[in-house]
Write a protein that binds this ligand. Structure first.
Ligand code: CP
Length: 319
């Protein structure tokens, strides 16, 4: 039987991570997202794809970009979007995550978008509901829609992913963004380098199949993309660094360090950004080099695509 376009569509029930996704499924999500970029620049941004469907955002950790863009994405697709106020939810009265999931499930949502501080919590919750679940970041495990929007940003600015060299720099140890990006970029044929002090790298980093650099200048040599990460103090127990000043001197992105990368290297950061800690503020604002606001813009398109794809079976009369 010949392979058709329908055979190469993302068909998962949930989006819990990049791990396990085939390159063609990633391609489907990126192509679908690309189709929403222009729509989001028009005065009328609405499409009726999710009319009648209910989308609940359940964020147990703070978020600016992910939560807002999921809310916008749901509303632009005409879903009824509910943002749970976790500070005033019954979990504050002792209700468990599973009981919260089962309770929300009884209200027949179609999509739950969940961020949680524990790795694996979103997958656990997904086992107790009937609807699609999207991982909006679980502990240091995965943040799949961030990796997808980063990939779309790179693909639109560089025209491809395969063959590019991407340096992911900073607090790799605590970063779900680094993990999802490493998985996605490697699957799509990019070469990934990790650049960090030894204290901010996972112990089994050699098994990741990518190059590791402790020296930032060497790590950035000739690379096409420089992806900076913030220090995730909220996940650190004890001291990982002598001082923020020393960290910026060794691992903060400055013009001097960026000069080691390819002349047209793109600077990226998932946000939130700490100026003067992992990145020089002037560089972050340099629209010739920095794609940081592109990432934010494309985040809405990617989340619309993920919502579209995960609810496709409801429009096509499937299970
Ligand atoms: N990149 C990211 O996840 O940002 P938020 O924490 O603001 O959602």
């Amino acid at each position: 039987m010949p392979v058709t376009a329908a055979d190469l569509r993302f068909t998962g029930r949930h989006l819990l991570g990049i791990e396990g996704l085939q390159p063609w499924a990633i391609q489907d999500l990126l192509d679908t997202a690309d189709g929403y970029v222009e729509l989001n620049r028009q005065p009328d941004k609405k499409r009726p794809l999710m009319k009648g469907l209910t989308h609940i955002n359940l964020f147990f950790e703070p978020s600016t970009r992910t939560q807002t863009s999921f809310e916008l994405a749901g509303k632009r697709l005409s879903a009824d979007v509910v943002n749970m106020a976790m500070r005033s939810s019954a979990m504050k009265k002792g209700e468990t995550l599973i009981d919260t999931a089962v309770t929300l499930n009884a209200m027949h949502p179609d999509v739950l978008v969940v961020r949680h501080e524990q790795s694996g919590a979103v997958a656990l919750l997904a086992r107790h509901v009937n609807c699609a679940v999207i991982n909006a970041g679980d502990g240091a495990h995965e943040h799949p829609t961030q990796a997808l929007l980063d990939a779309l940003t790179i693909r639109r600015r560089k025209g491809r992913l395969a063959g590019l060299t991407v340096a992911i720099c900073g607090d790799i140890l605590h970063s779900r963004v680094a993990r999802s990006n490493l998985l996605l970029l490697s699957a799509m044929g990019a070469r990934v380098r990790l650049v960090a002090p030894p204290t901010l790298l996972p112990t089994a980093v050699e098994s990741y199949g990518c190059e590791v650099f402790f020296d930032m200048a060497r790590g950035l040599e000739g690379c096409d993309i420089v992806m900076m990460l913030r220090l995730q103090h909220e996940r650190m127990e004890g001291s990982y660094l002598p001082s923020v000043r020393e960290y910026f001197a060794l691992y903060g992105l400055t013009g001097d360090k960026l000069a080691r990368a390819a002349p047209d290297a793109l600077v990226m950061h998932p946000g939130p950004m700490n100026r003067g800690v992992e990145i020089d503020g002037t560089l972050a604002d340099d629209i010739e080099r920095s794609a940081i606001l592109d990432q934010v813009e494309l985040g809405v398109a990617v989340r619309m695509a993920v919502l579209e794809v995960l609810t496709r079976h409801l429009r096509e009369g499937g299970a």
